[in-house]
Design a protein around this ligand. Structure first.
Ligand code: PLP
Ligand code: SF4
Length: 396
């Protein structure tokens, strides 16, 4: 069984063998050489007609953009490659299910200032840019990221900062977008500094997929800037174990060495990661990279993502298949971001079989049934409540 470092491999540079290491390892080179057109893809990959049609349409919806680093992880021989599905458009995106929305989790309705979403009592989401290093075809913010759909995204940072200053109930700001790590070092430093100057803000965090799409961006200089603004946490976004390459492992190591606690958010995607074995490998590799799996999201009801959405019961099966079977630290919380704007709601497998004032009856990860007598109950009066029949073996 492969363990530890042996599970990590450098990104195969197949199409870019002639490129100098100093270029390949330069995040600006990676951004400049992103694959953004049909020709870029067609010269490197045999596309299906569904993909070709999807790529032609992407310019009016969500742009096509893939860093050479991430593209090189695609298994060209496999039309169902889990990396390919995440970033290469298909014509299925143009099919909109009646249940789907442009703003599936109702962000625009809880936005007091453009770019700022204040849904929960003590924390806000601050969208600082509409650009990403690569574009995920299931992005919940595809209405605004990449600028392709004509959505008028103009974050008003000065107004957002004024709002934060005057709302002393806010203690936690989550920078997202788009990808905040696409800002220059100077801009990021300045923004974090302005936030840090607000005394009631205790907790800053950055949501970014750049450590995965563009690990070269995690330079020692960037880490030096980030660590000046502690306590600063980071949530990365990775869905499949193959995304965790040697370069990514090293980039995450630099962030962790800078004292940045790291979490991961995954989106449950059909044919990408909706099985226990894939997710187990992912979460174990994440712990090895010092990243704590944080959330597993049921895919939002975003326009044109039906072909990528898995079913809720798969998510529950994954959580059941992890809990007890691997490190507790490796088990993320499965959530549905309530359609229309109710926020993230935990969705959990049922371990409790029966409960009343006297006792709780529950099963463990193996399906064995146990009983816990409540302190208030049995000592005061004898337990005489009838517990419904339950069958130990049937819960395996
Ligand atoms: C996800 C989210 C947050 C952060 O939620 P946590 O559960 O604290 O990670 C904050 N605001 C909005 C609008 C969000 O969608
Ligand atoms: S990196 Fe995040 S914001 Fe950007 S396209 Fe992917 S899911 Fe959307």
């Amino acid at each position: 069984m492969t363990r530890g470092l042996a599970r990590f491999h450098p990104a195969p540079r197949a199409d870019w063998m002639e490129v100098m290491d100093s270029d390949w390892n330069d995040w600006k080179w990676q951004l400049k050489h992103r694959l953004t057109t049909l020709e870029d893809l067609e010269s490197r990959l045999v596309l299906s007609s569904a993909e070709r049609a999807g790529i032609r349409l992407s310019g009016t919806k969500l742009s096509l953009g893939i860093t050479p680093h991430f593209f090189s992880l695609i298994d060209k021989k496999n039309p169902h490659c889990p990396i390919r599905k995440q970033v290469i458009p298909t014509i299925d995106e143009s099919y909109v299910d009646p249940s789907e929305m442009l703003d599936p989790v109702g962000e625009d309705t809880t936005s007091p200032v453009p770019g700022l979403v204040h849904r929960y009592p003590d924390r806000v989401l601050l969208l600082v840019t509409d650009r990403c290093a690569s574009y995920c075809r299931y992005c919940t913010r595809s209405r605004l990221v990449s600028g392709a759909s004509g959505y008028d995204f103009h974050p008003e940072l000065d107004r957002a900062i004024d709002y934060l200053k005057s709302h002393t109930e806010i203690r936690d700001v989550l920078l997202s977008g788009g990808d905040p790590l696409l800002l220059s070092d100077e801009k990021l430093d300045h923004l974090l500094g302005r936030l840090r100057a607000i005394p009631h803000l205790e907790f800053l965090r950055i949501g970014s997929r750049i450590p995965i799409f563009l690990p070269q961006r995690i330079t020692p200089q960037l880490c030096g800037i980030l660590k000046r603004h502690h306590p600063l946490w980071m949530s990365i976004h990775t869905n499949h174990p193959r995304e965790l390459t040697t370069e990514v492992h090293q980039a995450l190591g630099r962030l962790a060495d800078s004292g940045i606690p790291l979490g991961n958010q995954s989106v449950l995607l059909q044919g990408v990661n909706d099985d226990v074995e894939t997710m187990k490998e992912l979460v174990q590799k994440l712990l090895f990279c010092r990243v704590r799996p944080y959330y597993l999201y049921q895919c939002d009801l975003i326009h044109g993502a039906k072909h990528l959405r898995s079913i809720v019961s798969k998510g529950l099966e994954i959580i059941e298949g992890l809990r007890g079977f691997t490190s507790g630290y490796a088990v993320p919380q499965f959530v549905i971001d309530a359609p229309g704007g109710g926020g993230k709601v935990p969705i959990n497998p049922d371990y409790v079989i029966y409960k009343d004032e006297e006792r709780v009856v529950f099963r463990n990860f193996q399906g064995k049934v146990f009983e816990y007598p409540e302190p208030s109950g049995s000592a005061v009066k004898p337990p005489n409540l009838s517990v419904p029949d339950y069958d130990v073996v049937s819960y395996s």
